[in-house]
Every structure is written in structure tokens, then in C-alpha cells.
Write a protein that binds this ligand. Structure first.
Ligand code: ZN
Length: 162
């Protein structure tokens, strides 16, 4: 028998997906898990939520940029990635950060639902820093700087890669 097929982490993932499906099935109207009292939609959760939206503000502060969030997720990705005034080679870095942030917000939401846990925004932001570095490293984009450099001065790290 293929041992990998019955790997515990694989089973865990599948059961979580099933659990999310069943949970949604039972809750036609879903309030945002952030506790902001709005109805949940993907766009609300990832961009507009008063609670989770603050993660983005912390990300902008980390990057040292001023950014006004547009209404749609695709505009948000495009405008953040192609920040006016930032050189072209920063685009792939910013794209990785955007994807890491969205992915972690989504995972955090699911974790909160099933573990009845309050959100910790600083922890979410820390995870974005870590996961984005890890993804950049997997694409050999971190050779010129360390994780602590990335943690403290992401824009300078991007500049180093020119
Ligand atoms: Zn919300």
C-alpha cells in the first residue's frame, strides 16, 4: 500500500476542507469571523474588514509605503504590485507579499472558525513576513539578504537585488 496516501497531514487537510464545506452549508448567512459585524465575503475578509483589514495597514507600515486600498482584490493586487515610484524589479517581491498576505488571512480565518480563537494581528503580520521570505527563497530571490534584513527593511532588500 502507498504509505503517502494515508499520510496524516493529507487526511487532516481533506477533513478541514470537508468541515468548511459543511459549516458553510449550514450557515447561509455568514458573519465575518473578524468580529466586525459585517457579512462575510471573500473581498470583505481580505480587504474591507475593519479587523482583518488592519493587517494590510501593518504590511504597508512594514514596507514603509503609503497606500490607499482600492475596492476590488484584482485592483489591490495590481496597484500594490505596481506601486508608482517603485522600480520594476520590486514587482515580483510585492506580488509575493500580496499572495502571502491573502493566503495567511484565509488560513487564519479558517483556523479561527474551528478553534474558536481570537485573532492576533501581529502574529498574522509576522507570518506574512516569514512566508513571503520562504517563497522568495524557494525562487532563489533571497541570496543577497538574510531573514532579519527582510524583517526589518524589505524595500532595501528588494533594492539590493537590482
Ligand atoms: Zn470583517
Amino acid at each position: 500500500m502507498e504509505r503517502g496516501l494515508y499520510d496524516a497531514s493529507w487526511l487532516k487537510q481533506v477533513s478541514l476542507k470537508v468541515a468548511i464545506f459543511v459549516w458553510r452549508f449550514h450557515h447561509d448567512d455568514i458573519y465575518c469571523i473578524g468580529g466586525c459585524a459585517s457579512m462575510e465575503s471573500i473581498c470583505h475578509l481580505l480587504l474591507r474588514c475593519d479587523i482583518f483589514g488592519n493587517v494590510w495597514n501593518k504590511i504597508y507600515r512594514w514596507l514603509g509605503i503609503y497606500f490607499i486600498s482600492p475596492d476590488s482584490a484584482s485592483d489591490h493586487l495590481q496597484q500594490l504590485t505596481q506601486m508608482a515610484g517603485l522600480p520594476r524589479f520590486t514587482h515580483s517581491f510585492l506580488k509575493v507579499i500580496w499572495h502571502a498576505c491573502v493566503w495567511i488571512l484565509w488560513k487564519e480565518r479558517n483556523y479561527m472558525i474551528f478553534n474558536d480563537k481570537a485573532q492576533d494581528l501581529e502574529q498574522i503580520v509576522d507570518n506574512v513576513k516569514f512566508v513571503s521570505f520562504f517563497w522568495l527563497k524557494a525562487n532563489s530571490l533571497t541570496s543577497a539578504f538574510s531573514y532579519s534584513d527582510w524583517w526589518r527593511h524589505p524595500l532595501i532588500c528588494m533594492d539590493v537585488m537590482e
